[in-house]
Design a protein around this ligand. Structure first.
Ligand code: MRU
Length: 347
């Protein structure tokens, strides 16, 4: 239907998400700077998609590494990884995929540099393929939690645009709809950059899934007046204790769900779990430029000189999360144990 990330051997083709839903325009990333720029300005976004593009960008740029020693090659490779990692700090999938490609190379003990460069490319493509499969499994497990005629509230965009394909939280909704359940998705618009309004609404329409668009501040009143069966969101990083960082507004949504006794689920692949981050407090939250709040597009909406705080993400405490929907099944509390166990078994 649409393929937001395409590997074209000498470039990466990306559907420019800043232009959606108005225009379906693809951009060509021919080097690491172009990919870093696309990531920084959210032309490509969503934690699993970032992991895939990071690995592809490094594979592409590594072709230009001149070093004739493997040691020099790995040194240059690390610099490329750091370049991409510096673009957006919260989504752990980038660090995960870049660690994976480096580990894979090192484990082979290959010293032929052109073979290592080829292997980088193969691994990036494997990450891409495996993410689609993981999302399908997330969908399969998650749809079992969705009753027929369910209303599902979500925030941000977790669809094909945010992953290698199919989607995480979006994939659960998609799988429920594909299994014949009649569902209604309530998409929060997701201020300030409107991923829910611009991207999720676009993908829901493309997939013929019925939905209602609301502003973020309407979620509580929606739950009270119209009711909801589930909230399902994605994640950018899940700490070892089950605290989960996701798009700003997720925390408020979790509190509202708790108040209205609506089960709150986080759908994410295992690559989003970060066992090295102990708790939510330790997750670095990206802060973005004030203009994302003081302007809509190029139109200024706040007075000049307005002070702004613009964190791109917040953290949902594990106590508010009913379960994590992963490719290995639905994980339940206590998360310290269930997260550790699933990672151990997946190794
Ligand atoms: O700033 P964004 O648009 O990259 O934020 C994305 C999200 O918060 C998603 O919910 C998360 O990355 C999971 S995507 C499957």
């Amino acid at each position: 239907m649409y393929q937001p990330i395409q590997w074209k051997n000498d470039h990466i083709l990306l559907l420019d998400q800043t232009r959606l839903p108005g225009e379906e325009v693809y951009i060509e990333c021919r080097d690491i700077d172009a990919a870093a720029d696309a990531i920084k300005r959210l032309a490509v976004r969503g934690a699993p998609a970032l992991g895939v593009v990071a690995a592809m960008a490094v594979a592409l740029e590594a072709r230009n590494i001149q070093s004739s020693s493997t040691e020099g090659f790995y040194q240059e490779l690390r610099k490329l990884c750091d370049r991409i990692l510096s673009t957006r700090p919260t989504a752990v999938n980038m660090a995960w995929s870049l660690k994976r490609v480096q580990d894979t190379l090192q484990k082979t003990h290959i010293s032929d540099i052109s073979a290592l460069k080829k292997l980088l490319e193969q691994e990036a493509l494997a990450i891409f393929k495996e993410d689609i499969e993981a999302n399908r499994q997330i969908g399969r497990h998650g749809q079992e939690l969705v009753p027929d005629s369910a209303t599902i509230v979500t925030i941000c965009n977790t669809g094909s645009l945010a992953t290698a394909g199919y989607g995480t939280a979006f994939g659960v909704m998609r799988a429920a709809a594909e299994s014949g359940k009649k569902i209604l998705v309530v998409s929060c618009e997701t201020r300030p950059l409107l991923q829910g309004c611009r991207l999720t609404a676009w993908e829901l329409q493309k997939n013929n899934i019925p939905f209602v668009l609301i502003t973020d501040s309407m979620a509580g009143y929606y739950m009270k007046k119209r009711g909801a069966n589930l909230v399902i969101i994605g994640a950018d990083r899940i700490a070892a204790n089950g605290d989960a960082a996701n798009k700003i507004g997720s925390y408020s949504l979790a509190i509202l769900a708790h108040h209205h006794q609506v089960p709150f689920y986080v759908a994410a692949p295992l690559s989003t779990i970060d066992p090295d981050t102990r708790q939510g407090e330790d997750i670095q939250i990206e802060e973005r430029k004030p203009e994302e709040i003081t302007c809509i597009g190029t139109q200024r909406i706040a007075p000049h000189g307005t002070a702004v705080w613009n964190p791109a993400f917040d953290v949902v405490p594990s106590s508010l999360i009913a379960g994590f929907i992963t490719e290995k099944g639905v994980l339940r509390p206590p998360y310290q144990e269930s997260l550790q166990k699933v990672l151990r078994e997946a190794r």
